[in-house]
Design a protein around this ligand. Structure first.
Ligand SMILES: *[C@@H]1O[C@H](CO)[C@@H](O)[C@H](O)[C@H]1NC(C)=O
Ligand SMILES: *[C@@H]1O[C@H](CO)[C@@H](O)[C@H](O)[C@H]1NC(C)=O
Ligand SMILES: *[C@@H]1O[C@H](CO)[C@@H](O)[C@H](O)[C@H]1NC(C)=O
Ligand SMILES: *[C@@H]1O[C@H](CO)[C@@H](O)[C@H](O)[C@H]1NC(C)=O
Length: 467
């Protein structure tokens, strides 16, 4: 009798004691009030809720005839992957609906976002992936507010999902995970309601066409661990309020049109491990408080018009694994402090205006396997030994620094001339002629021509003879 009571087979184990208790209670009651003894009866769901579920299924997926193939959809053996239910107060309720992820129902080409889905009163998780592909459809404003228990809403990779994010979606205190990535959503990030998302841990709006500013209210999301707004068209400054999101571990704002400086308050984010600000219009000094980011492992900030010196302080980010600051107008020398970044695996400084010599200490970075210093104005002798060069192989790029030269045993492999060599000298000289910067001239082949530097403005004997 007990075993055959209609119950979901996926009940979380933590709820088992209570569930067992309910069963015991039910089994002690007179037969009339006990649930139907057979698992596949269909009156253990609220008929309205079941009808809503079938309406959603019919409008979304033509994988099968849902009503006839699963007349009691929440019952064990009759449900399908992508549907989860749980028992509340003797009735079975839909808690999870999943479309488009592996094994789940697939969406038919004409599927549009079914507003009824927000009427499922116990829904906790909703997934639509690779779903809305051809018929343009927008996210409906939940009719009477979204389901009160909704914790996870994931709408991902839906090329026909267009229009704005309805502000009502944000007025949801239960939401923990909100993923609206890789759709064609447009308009602004709604500022209203953000303050209500006090449980939100993960917010991903990446790869859409969102415009306008990042609302300052974003700082109110104090539980947020992961914020991804990358690959949109957001403009204006990064709000200083980001420094209030003290739980943040990942912040990705790359590939937008953000301008202004990097706010000082960012230094407040002591748990931040991943920071990506690449491909924006950010400029000016990096915040002095940057070294306080002692959890930072990835700092990706290529392609911004920074036009400042590389801060010495970056060398204090002891956990850094990747540092990417390419194509950002940085000038002056590479700070010797970068040699302290013992865990660095990738250092990308190409396409800047860096001058001076390569710090000898970089050759002691034991974990590095990708080092790109190409297309700068670095000079002097490459300080790396043959072992280092061999280890990095094709991932070491020093080319496009006309003032650099390398000792004979490493020269050819790293894209620079061998110091004092004949063959490479011509091209080096050609580049020297093309550039007028004094910085370039000063650093040609120190080892060979130190004595002549003052006299010949940095040209080697070889160059001199060619002239
Ligand atoms: C189950 O649902 C079907 C139609 O969906 C209905 O005909 C049938 O009477 C229901 N059974 C019970 C026991 O309610
Ligand atoms: C830094 O964090 C503290 C504590 O989380 C907070 O009170 C303060 O307002 C933050 N400062 C800034 C500039 O955001
Ligand atoms: C460097 O990496 C190792 C191994 O991944 C790790 O155990 C160590 O804590 C890291 N060091 C720092 C300073 O983060
Ligand atoms: C280094 O950067 C240049 C310029 O962006 C690029 O063309 C080259 O492929 C990079 N080299 C390596 C080894 O990544």
């Amino acid at each position: 009798m007990l075993v055959s009571v209609c119950r979901p087979h996926f009940l979380p184990t933590t709820q088992m004691p209570l569930f067992t208790f309910v069963l015991l209670l039910l089994s002690s009651l007179p037969p009339l009030t006990s649930p139907h003894a057979h698992g596949n009866t269909n009156n253990s769901m609220d008929p309205h809720e079941k009808e809503t579920l079938f309406q959603v299924m019919d409008s979304m997926s033509s994988d099968r005839d849902w009503r006839s193939s699963s007349p009691a959809p929440c019952s064990p053996g009759s449900s399908w992957p992508g549907l989860e239910c749980k028992q509340v107060g003797g009735l079975l309720h839909v808690t999870r609906l999943d479309f488009g992820t592996p094994h789940s129902p697939t969406c038919k080409p004409t599927a549009t976002f079914p507003p009824q889905v927000f009427l499922l009163p116990h829904l906790q998780s909703l997934f639509f992936s690779d779903c809305f592909k051809t018929t343009p459809s927008s996210i409906p404003a939940p009719p009477s507010g979204p389901p009160p228990h909704l914790e996870q809403l994931s709408l991902r990779s839906n090329p026909a999902l267009v229009g704005p994010i309805p502000p009502q979606l944000f007025s949801l205190a239960s939401l923990k995970v909100l993923t609206l990535s890789q759709n064609r959503l447009s308009g602004k990030i709604p500022a209203e309601g953000l303050s209500l998302l006090t449980s939100l841990v993960h917010l991903d709006l990446s790869y859409n066409s969102l415009t306008g500013r990042i609302p300052a209210q974003i700082g109110l999301l104090e539980s947020l661990a992961d914020l991804d707004l990358s690959y949109n068209s957001l403009s204006g400054p990064i709000p200083a309020s980001v420094g209030r999101m003290g739980s943040l571990q990942k912040l990705d704002l790359s590939s937008n049109s953000l301008s202004g400086g990097v706010p000082d308050s960012l230094g407040n984010l002591s748990l931040l491990a991943f920071l990506a600000l690449s491909s924006n219009r950010l400029a000016g000094e990096l915040p002095g408080g940057l070294p306080r980011l002692q959890s930072l492992q990835y700092f990706l900030m290529d392609d911004n018009p920074m036009a400042v010196r590389l801060p010495f302080q970056l060398g204090r980010l002891a956990r850094l694994r990747e540092l990417r600051l390419a194509n950002s107008g940085y000038w002056g020398p590479i700070p010797g402090s970068f040699a302290w970044l013992a865990n660095l695996t990738t250092l990308s400084l190409e396409d800047n205006r860096l001058t001076g010599e390569i710090p000898r200490g970089l050759g002691g970075l034991g974990r590095i396997y990708h080092l790109n210093l190409s297309r700068n104005m670095l000079g002097g002798v490459v300080p790396f030994d043959a072992g280092f060069v061999r280890r990095l192989g094709g991932n070491l790029d020093l080319s496009g620094n006309p003032g650099l030269c390398a000792r004979g045993d490493v020269g050819v492999e790293v894209g620079v001339d061998v110091c004092g060599s004949g063959g490479g000298g011509g091209s080096s000289e050609h580049q020297l002629m093309g550039r007028s910067g004094g910085a370039v001239r000063r650093f040609v082949c120190w080892d060979f021509s130190t004595l002549l530097l003052g006299i010949f403005g940095g040209l080697t004997v070889h160059h001199w003879l060619l002239l």
